[in-house]
Design a protein around this ligand. Structure first.
Ligand SMILES: CC(C)(COP(=O)(O)OP(=O)(O)OC[C@H]1O[C@@H](n2cnc3c(N)ncnc32)[C@H](O)[C@@H]1OP(=O)(O)O)[C@@H](O)C(=O)NCCC(=O)NCCS
Length: 164
């Protein structure tokens, strides 16, 4: 098997966060496929991007390459994280943390004063990311993940201390 090209360390000043558009979807869906037990389809993303007035999705680009993406629904003063993922080749370099922080800054700028999400009990890396960012567990949604029958841990964070 051919050796995998080493991935250069990330230079933060080369990264830009822009709203997700249809042109990013091929790359987003490739990351989606290797990141989630039940990946969202192209149509799900298209609906989110064009039909959901509460939805905000962003990609993190290095040049034309999508390194990660995240999304939320914003309903009045509450933001709900719907997705966050980093390209597998770029994980473990604090990119997840960067994306989550950027999402929280954008949520606060759009008027949210709190943010919530669900996470699988088996997803220890994501839980670590969220706790480190100040999210605290606030309850369990029984059987939330229909694919694996897992419960969801519900986490919340107040955004009042976020500067934007
Ligand atoms: C969750 C995810 C976005 C994190 O992205 P990332 O860029 O690797 O995250 P970071 O480098 O910012 O690391 C976040 C935390 O996880 C830890 N971590 C990252 N990779 C890890 C690994 N392989 N093993 C153990 N811990 C790991 C980091 O040390 C860090 O914790 P710390 O701040 O206490 O040191 C990424 O793993 C991913 O895309 N997973 C698949 C999709 C997913 O599960 N999304 C969340 C759904 S709820």
């Amino acid at each position: 098997m051919a050796a995998k090209e080493p991935v250069a360390p990330l230079a933060r000043d080369e990264l830009v966060i822009v709203p997700m558009t249809e042109e990013h979807l091929d790359q987003v869906l490739a990351i989606e496929q290797v990141s989630f037990p039940t990946p969202w389809s192209r149509n799900s993303y298209l609906r989110e991007l064009s039909d959901n007035q509460f939805a905000y999705y962003y990609v993190c680009l290095q040049g034309d390459k999508v390194l990660g993406y995240m999304g939320m629904w914003l309903i009045i003063d509450e933001a709900h994280v719907t997705t966050i993922a980093v390209h597998p080749d770029y994980r473990g370099q604090c990119l997840g943390r960067f994306l989550l922080e950027e999402l929280m800054v954008r949520a606060a700028a759009l008027g949210a004063d709190k943010i919530t999400l669900e996470v699988r009990p088996s997803n220890h890396i994501a839980q670590r990311l969220y706790r480190r960012a100040g999210f605290v567990p606030a309850g369990i949604r029984k059987g939330y993940y229909t694919d694996t029958k897992e419960d969801a841990i519900i986490m919340w964070k107040h955004l009042l201390d976020i500067e934007n």
